[in-house]
Design a protein around this ligand. Structure first.
Ligand code: NAD
Length: 305
């Protein structure tokens, strides 16, 4: 296995002033990448701003002999993101890696949540990731190389009480990542997702001290470096925490084909065990692959060619 190195490459890590982003930035820098340490510097709920956190991480990278710049763009603001990307191209001439990591929380049950809080969380996570990706995309296309990581969450993939805004934003990234991995393939742009579980200010107080001690951000960063490396897969969802790594997979069961005279809700309920049978479930390569599968099954059930 070749050493994973990023010499000569430029990486933007959003929300890199603290927690997971800081760890990913330091990990990339330790293996040769020039880093853009983006961070708005606000609190967990997104209020406030400050440049100290990003500057401190730049100082850490410089102290280990690396190259980095701080950037305070709010990822949810398209103009600020475009200005950040322009500044990076002016300074370094390329962008090889984008780690979409910036994030906030505004937890409440759906009944108590204001739509303003719903919107703000979607704006930072989903629109923020789309803004950054859209701004770097033409540079990656021109280079014929790009590695993009989205940071999802178990909350989006599996659900978590009180996080309808966050869960919606995090799972919407899956759709974005799926399409970009398809559209990026011919330009050697690969897109993947990370579902981390880490001890940061976001999870403070939620887990015992023993568990938090195992869940340091540095135990996740090796997975990030793998997903943005030259040998990265594409369209992968990597669950990561405490040095454990597992793939989250979206699969479709073999399913059933109902006859013309059985197309009733009663027949669907009666066939539910078979519809949900995980035996023989497979990944579906893209949207029309599902259409073709159903057309094939329906034709076969009717004895058509
Ligand atoms: P964190 O609060 O330590 O770090 C998030 C960083 O993003 C902060 O430094 C913050 O200033 C920055 N940020 C917030 N809004 C921004 C904006 N609009 N523009 C630029 N920067 C902004 O939290 P963390 O746990 O390190 O979270 C990192 C990412 O991982 C987030 O996307 C989070 O949702 C995700 N995540 C974390 C966990 C976990 O267990 N900690 C689990 C699942 C997903």
């Amino acid at each position: 296995m070749n050493d994973v190195r990023f010499d000569g490459q430029v990486a933007i890590v959003t929300g890199a002033g603290a927690g997971l982003g800081r760890s990913h930035a330091l990990g990339l820098a330790a293996r040769g990448a020039t880093i853009v340490v983006n961070d708005l510097g606000g609190s967990v709920d997104g209020s406030g701003t400050g440049s100290a956190a990003a500057q401190a991480v730049v100082a850490e990278i410089e102290a280990m002999g690396g190259t980095a710049m701080a950037n305070g763009a709010d990822v949810s603001d398209e103009a600020q993101v475009r200005a950040m990307v322009d500044a990076v191209i002016d300074a370094y001439g390329r962008i090889d890696i984008l780690v979409n990591n910036a994030g906030i929380l505004r937890d409440k049950t759906f009944a108590k949540m204001t739509m303003a809080d719903f919107q703000t969380v979607v704006d930072v996570h989903l629109i923020g990731s789309a803004n950054c990706t859209h701004a770097v995309w033409p540079h990656m296309v021109e280079q014929g190389y790009g590695r993009i990581l989205f940071t999802t969450s178990a909350s989006g993939l599996y659900g978590n009480f009180g996080q309808s805004n966050y869960g919606a934003a995090k799972s919407a990234m899956l759709g974005l990542m799926n399409v970009l991995s398809i559209e990026g393939a011919k330009f050697n742009i690969r897109a993947n997702m990370l579902a981390p579980s880490a001890a940061t200010r976001m999870t403070e107080g939620l887990l015992s001290a023993d568990v938090l001690a195992l869940m340091q951000p540095e135990t996740i960063t090796p997975g990030v470096l793998a997903l943005v490396s030259a040998d990265a897969p594409s369209k992968m969802i990597l669950g990561a925490g405490a040095g454990c790594f597992a793939e989250v997979q979206v699969r479709e069961t073999a399913g059933v084909a109902l006859a013309d005279d059985q197309m009733t809700p009663e027949a669907v309920l009666a066939a539910m065990d078979q519809i949900r049978d995980p035996e023989g479930a497979t990944p579906v390569e893209h949207a029309f692959a599902q259409t073709r599968k159903f057309a094939r099954m329906a034709a076969a059930a009717r004895g058509l060619p």
